[in-house]
Design a protein around this ligand. Structure first.
Ligand code: SAH
Ligand code: SF4
Length: 367
């Protein structure tokens, strides 16, 4: 069997090699982190980009078995922010020199929703003088909708594949047309075709997920040539069907360990992409996101949703910063990031260098 140093010196990663790296002992871990830090510094520098996250509605037509805002969770008050509330958050991001905002919601498909998002994108462009990059994360839509939103001003889209193993995907979703692995894949293709910087990702430590699955997740992300990635630990939520499997999970510390390893390996495999230090990491460890930055991530998504709505966007338990105003999040983050030897790239869009390169290579010409 090859050792960690030997595997790291090869150019092509195979599932068995990645599994060895995911399982490597704590003594050898520094070799992986050292390599990812070198690559990060060379390809994306020691910068951290901020994306102000606006969770603008928790209405969702889907019923994913892991998610706290799934359709059948009746314990939840449903909300949708008004345009003015969204634009206030956008102004906050703009005035505090964030280069970018992310609009995230449950999945809705009605005409009213689709048109509203288009109108909002145009308004955001106006209030920020076209200086903010906007990312959407509103689930599965048709190619026409993705294209309409792109033309209205969205430049990036986040749609996690959740797991690249179709059987595991089926086991964490209801068995119906609305929750199809195939459709999710098609949506990722449509997003690329529509011109977006495409972000995907997976949950780590799902019930029944193996190291082989996680190795294949990294290879899947490479194979679809993602520009941005958000991966984080799966965290149970008591009002979901998957909660009854909680005793079968890796413990939370182990989920954090594997997540950091996955981030480091992905940085090594896909040198110039943007990788988010996800909020779920902070739910497990107060310094989870800083650890992810050290492991290879270069994006943080401070929550700028008005504080009074945050408790209703609980995808999982122990979600952090529920009662903090956006300005407190900012100050706390600035201090924390300075401890990692990185600096915050204020006023920069922070487009994925990978996307810029693939457009220059004309691999996926901008429509
Ligand atoms: N509705 C959109 C966006 C909101 S959900 C969509 O599904 O794409 C955003 C992400 O939250 C999901 O992709 C999923 O990976 C993550 N998520 C949901 N429930 C979670 C949980 N219990 N633990 C960790 N992440 C979770
Ligand atoms: Fe809805 Fe997204 Fe949660 Fe699934 S993961 S229930 S689509 S918000």
């Amino acid at each position: 069997m090859q050792g960690v140093a030997e595997i790291l010196s090869t150019k092509t990663f195979y599932p068995e090699n990645i599994v060895s790296l995911l399982k490597a002992s704590a003594d050898e871990e520094h070799l992986i982190f050292r390599k990812s830090a070198e690559i990060k510094e060379k390809y994306v520098q020691n910068k951290v980009y901020f994306r102000g996250l606006i969770e603008f509605s928790n209405l969702c037509r889907k019923n994913c078995n892991y998610c706290g805002i799934r359709r059948e969770n009746m314990k939840l008050l449903r909300y949708t922010l008004s345009d003015e509330e969204i634009l206030t958050a956008v102004r906050f991001a703009y005035e505090n020199h964030y280069g970018s905002v992310v609009l995230q919601s449950g999945e809705l498909r009605g005409r009213g929703f689709i048109n509203r998002v288009s109108r909002l994108l145009k308004k955001i462009n106006r209030v920020s003088d076209g200086k903010l990059r906007v990312t959407l994360s509103c689930g599965e839509q048709t190619y026409e909708t993705y294209r309409k939103w792109y033309e209205s001003g969205a430049a990036r889209y986040l749609l996690r594949i959740e797991t690249s193993n179709p059987q595991l995907y089926a086991s964490i979703h209801p068995n119906d047309q609305l929750h199809s692995f195939h459709t999710r894949l098609k949506c990722l293709e449509s997003l690329k075709k529509a011109g977006y910087q495409v972000g995907t990702g997976v949950m780590i430590g799902l019930p029944g997920q193996t190291y082989e699955d996680m190795a294949n997740d990294l290879l899947f992300i490479k194979q679809i040539d993602a520009d941005m990635v958000g991966m984080g630990p799966y965290i149970e939520h008591k009002d979901t069907p998957m909660y009854n499997l909680k005793d079968t999970l890796y413990n939370r510390k182990e989920r954090l360990r594997i997540s950091l390893r996955m981030i480091a390996l992905l940085r090594i495999m896909m040198k110039d992409i943007n990788i988010a230090a996800t909020t779920a990491l902070k739910a497990i460890d107060p310094f989870g996101r800083e650890k992810a930055i050290m492991a290879g991530a270069n994006v943080i998504m401070p929550n700028i949703t008005p504080a009074k709505y945050r408790e209703y966007y609980l995808l999982y338990e122990d979600k952090p910063c529920l009662d903090e105003a956006a300005i407190d999040c900012l100050q706390c983050l600035q201090m924390r990031i300075s401890t990692t030897g990185h600096y915050i790239a204020f006023d920069e869009w922070g487009d994925s260098a990978h996307y810029v390169r693939r457009c220059n290579d004309n691999k996926y010409p901008i429509p």
